[in-house]
Design a protein around this ligand. Structure first.
Ligand code: ZN
Length: 149
């Protein structure tokens, strides 16, 4: 298993296609984000994303941290910066939009994205398996591969 992962990694390097940065999300992590979005409805949920390294040298989103003191309402969700845990390296955020098809980041979202990592997930009502999008820190839509843990 390990040897085949190493081989794959070497092959990717030769092709110059090594995946860098945050490229994937674990399926169960995405399902958790959608489930919390649904249970928070009609209020917004917001959380921080953490990641693990992959054998290919990229990173896979593996966990969501929901901070105490997060203010949430039907139209906004925001972090309290003083509640950010020390020593936790987060790679982005996840939050929900309670309106149907509201997949685009708002101007406030773009401000938050620019300050809190490189990948940002927005889920939207009705929180089905395709009811999410991923953006980078500048609000450009990015592909995120869903992988088994
Ligand atoms: Zn938003």
């Amino acid at each position: 298993m390990f040897r085949s992962l190493l081989k794959r990694s070497a092959a990717r390097k030769r092709n110059g296609k090594a995946e860098r940065g945050v490229c994937c999300i674990f399926k169960d992590t995405l399902e958790f984000i959608l489930a919390v979005s649904e249970s928070s409805h009609p209020r917004e949920f917001v959380g921080l994303l953490t990641a693990e390294r992959t054998a290919e040298g990229g990173e896979v989103i593996s966990d969501v941290i929901i901070l105490p003191g997060t203010r949430s309402s039907s139209f906004s969700a925001s972090f309290r910066r003083d509640m950010l845990p020390l020593g936790v390296r987060f790679v982005g955020t996840a939050h929900s939009h309670p309106k149907p098809q509201a997949m685009r980041p708002s101007p406030q979202d773009l401000q938050m994205f620019a300050q809190t990592g490189q990948r940002h997930i927005i889920t939207f009502f009705p929180y089905g398996e395709d009811c999410w999008r991923c953006y980078d820190a500048l609000g450009r839509e990015k592909q995120l591969k869903v992988v088994e843990r």
